[in-house]
Design a protein around this ligand. Structure first.
Ligand SMILES: Nc1ncnc2c1ncn2[C@@H]1O[C@H](COP(=O)(O)OS(=O)(=O)O)[C@@H](OP(=O)(O)O)[C@H]1O
Ligand SMILES: [Mg+2]
Ligand SMILES: [Mg+2]
Ligand SMILES: [Mg+2]
Length: 361
């Protein structure tokens, strides 16, 4: 079966792969070995900026007309007071861009030893992510480090890239440098990439290009779950998802296993390879609007693994509203049969909550 977005897929995988190498190196050089005060987010910033620069440079070379909706912009990198941050970003981004060509990469992608960029070029590349999004045309979404808190803790985070055409996600690539390759062996080798192209299935491939070339890809299909096997995949941060509501939903579903808390879109990756059975993300009621780069690649991954993804009322996620998903009613992703039961349970939990609120008045 020939792929519709074959070049996009190859380039996106290469971009995510190089960004994963970069973020791992930021962690090893700056997070692990540096005395980090609790509130010091600087290594995250270095990682975010340089990974966004690298991915945007790579996309820009092959698809110069494609706009990018990226999380970061270069405002904090410009100006005299940011000189040392800027230097670190330039060094890290160039280290990633000039690394020797790996298996599957092509000369014309502008990678390899003679392809260092200037600070100005790299900052402009970061700002190529300023596109406001919208209903029509081709565009990419990029979250250079999703799950920043997980990244800092040395736990799960993800480099997340998607291609949208007329507000429909056609391709999603998620790099998870810290995710165990085999969920049955959580202390074994780590680092995998998840790829889904609409109509062509969902796959896990190795984070290493040479291993990927050796053909170690695995097709992913969400299995069926008996209620007593289910557990919820949910956020680590209480500020990102209403976890108390998740507990009620779990109870109504008859879930007895404890939830798995994991940062980033690694939750979608875990779901599609058969972990948990449900990803539930309820809004916290603060008016926060979910960003399209936090869900676009995960959504196509779930659908291509045979699952369903909607908001918590069962409505489709709308990626055509701009940089956000607009009105936020959370996210429910699961296998087809489980999904409808979760939507029912969410509805009942909301009714119970409303009744409780009314009685409490
Ligand atoms: N208030 C609120 N509600 C919902 N979501 C929010 C909120 N604030 C931030 N964010 C976004 O959450 C992204 C990470 O959330 P995750 O669930 O993936 O990870 S976590 O377990 O909560 O850390 C995180 O992505 P990154 O910034 O890329 O880490 C944010 O885009
Ligand atoms: Mg994010
Ligand atoms: Mg991010
Ligand atoms: Mg962020």
């Amino acid at each position: 079966m020939s792929l519709t977005y074959s070049t996009e897929r190859q380039v996106a995988i290469a971009a995510v792969r190089r960004a994963c190498a970069l973020t791992s190196s930021v962690f090893n050089k700056l997070v692990r070995n540096e005395t980090l005060t609790k509130d010091d987010k600087s290594p995250v910033t270095v990682g975010d900026f340089s990974a966004q620069a690298v991915v945007n440079i790579i996309l820009g070379r092959t698809f110069p007309k494609d706009p990018i909706v990226g999380e970061e912009d270069s405002a904090d990198l410009r100006g005299d007071s940011s000189a040392s941050l800027r230097e670190r970003v330039v060094e890290l981004a160039n280290e990633a861009l000039t690394a020797p060509l790996q298996t599957g990469e092509k000369e014309q992608w502008g990678l390899g030893p003679s392809n260092a960029r200037t600070a100005e070029e790299l900052m402009d590349a970061v700002d190529r992510g300023n596109y406001p999004g919208g209903r029509t045309g081709r565009m990419w979404t990029l979250d250079p480090i999703d799950g920043t808190k997980g990244f800092l803790r040395g736990e799960q985070y993800a480099v997340c890239l998607a291609l949208l055409v007329d507000a429909r996600v056609q391709l999603g690539v998620i790099g998870c440098p810290n995710l165990p390759v085999d969920p049955a062996n959580p202390s074994g080798a780590r680092g995998c990439i998840f790829v889904a192209e609409r109509g062509h299935g969902a796959y896990q491939i190795p984070v290493s290009a040479s291993e990927a070339a050796a053909g170690a890809e695995r097709r992913l299909v969400i299995p069926s779950f008996a209620p007593d096997q289910l557990s919820l995949l949910e956020s680590v941060e209480k500020a990102h998802s209403k976890l108390s509501f998740n507990e009620r939903v779990a109870h109504l579903l008859g879930v007895t296993r404890p939830p798995t808390r994991m940062d980033s879109q690694a939750k979608y990756c875990a779901l599609v390879r058969g972990e948990g059975g449900v990803y539930l993300r309820m809004p916290t009621g603060t008016g926060y609007k979910e960003k399209i780069w936090d869900h676009a690649p995960g959504s196509v991954l779930v659908e291509e693994a045979g699952g369903v993804i909607t908001d918590s009322r069962g409505e489709p996620l709308d990626f055509g509203l701009g940089r956000t998903l607009g009105e936020n009613y959370g996210v429910v992703a699961a296998g087809r049969d489980v999904h409808s039961r979760v939507i029912e349970a969410v509805k009942r939990a909301k009714e119970e909550e409303a009744k409780g609120d009314a009685q409490g008045q």
